[in-house]
Design a binder for this molecule. Structure first.
Ligand code: PLP
Length: 391
């Protein structure tokens, strides 16, 4: 007898089970599998951050429960970063909240605002946590399709009026996972104005706000005039500093939303290990950080160029993404995204992610994560180029 609650039973089936099985089979046969599936950086956390952590972990005063609202120094470092990087002023007491990774806050924000029967507007394809958090709170996701012919931006005029009327939150994510798309200032302004007209709270996921190429600088939605009245932004140290395993992120913006999330969290978790928060201060304030991030961008850009060039040579109609460490490409004719991913794995030993895993509007695409070194990336793309042509 299955005694699990509905919220567990309604979780979508694990889409990658079949791929995982195929990877294990290929490896058992001795195939040199190259994994470009998961968006987890392959490079280490920079030394200066690790060193700071080593010092802080040894301090007895860091070993007790942290303050629920996060340590003051970390909240201030986040506020300073927003002021310097985006020109956005934040009150470190009321408008900044450390999180156990931004996923934690993104998952919990629905519990703070959604009553059963409410709707959240959710981009599709998208990071699955927006929908899951909505469902866990008893709400219904209203999908906003991200289409290539609209540069993977949602079209607000296509959101049904009834859904907009019932909606509480609108999730946005730029630079975007999985599409690599970026938002213009005009789009951000339109989003704020739409949210204002429809009494929505914008939850902007800014996990990739430092991973951008050439002259492109991602913006904070809080730069838009009036945004702080209705927006909360989720930031993360995971991708910027190769710190996915450390679990450190933050929420900033609308003080009522920050307060609601704070109240929810104090009843669930007891905050981030103080040593990790002090390592976070080091990450955001160290004089080494600027050159570290610059180097990181150069590395991802080199890998991106290998992928884009190879796919173009194989006939893919594709532009290089301006940000993130993903390349989002259409599946050749005759395959579903899952079929194509299985085919690539069987024929080349290269693992990519089927677009369907990010929602129904991800069908017809696959995602390559730029998370192996350039030589491996080149090897993977050689194999793909020698096996398939886009048609
Ligand atoms: C990686 C990622 C996150 C967050 O990660 P944390 O490690 O929980 O901070 C959030 N959103 C998107 C879209 C991501 O790709």
């Amino acid at each position: 007898m299955d005694r699990t609650a509905e919220r567990i039973r309604l979780l979508p089936k694990y889409l990658f089970a079949e791929i995982d099985k195929k990877i294990r089979e290929a490896q058992a046969k001795g195939v040199d599998v190259i994994k470009l599936g998961i968006g987890d950086p392959d490079m280490p956390t920079p030394d200066y951050i690790v060193k700071k952590m080593q010092e802080e972990v040894a301090r007895p005063e860091n070993q007790c429960y942290p303050p629920d609202e996060g340590v003051k120094e970390f909240r201030e470092a986040i506020a300073d970063y927003y002021r310097q990087r985006f020109g956005v002023k934040l009150d470190p007491q009321k408008e900044v909240l450390p999180l156990l990774g931004s996923k934690e806050g993104i998952a919990h924000i629905s519990a703070c605002f959604v009553n059963p029967g409410d709707v959240n507007l959710v981009p599709d394809p998208g990071y699955p946590v927006y929908s899951i958090g909505t469902l866990f709170a008893g709400g219904a996701p209203q999908l906003m399709p991200l289409k290539r012919d609209n540069d993977f931006l949602p079209e607000f005029h296509n959101i049904p009026a009834e859904a907009a009327r019932r909606a509480k939150l609108m999730f946005l994510n730029y630079p975007n996972n999985p599409t690599g798309a970026v938002a213009t200032k005009e789009f951000m302004e339109e989003a704020v104005s739409y949210a204002d007209d429809n009494n929505l709270i914008i939850c902007h996921d800014a996990a990739y706000n430092e991973l951008a190429f050439e002259d492109y600088k991602p913006m904070s939605i809080l730069e838009v005039k009036g945004a702080k009245e209705l927006a909360i932004e989720f930031g993360s140290l995971s991708k910027t500093f190769n710190m996915t395993g450390w679990r450190i992120g933050y929420a900033v913006g609308n003080p009522l939303a920050v307060e609601a999330l704070y109240r929810f969290k104090t009843n669930i978790d007891s905050g981030l290990f103080k040593a990790i928060q002090f390592a976070g201060v080091e990450a955001l304030t160290s004089p080494h950080t600027e050159s570290f991030i610059e180097e990181l961008r150069t590395i991802y850009q080199g890998r991106r160029d290998v992928v884009v060039k190879a796919l173009q040579e194989a006939g893919w109609p594709l532009e290089a993404p301006k940000a993130t460490f993903y390349v989002w490409a259409p599946v050749p004719a005759g395959f579903t995204s899952q079929e194509f991913v299985s085919y690539l794995l069987e024929e080349t030993g290269v693992v990519v992610t089927p677009g369907r895993g990010f929602g129904k509007h991800g069908e017809g695409f696959f995602r390559i994560a730029l998370t192996v070194n350039k030589e491996r990336m080149q090897e993977a793309m050689e194999r793909i180029k020698n096996t398939v042509r886009y048609a």
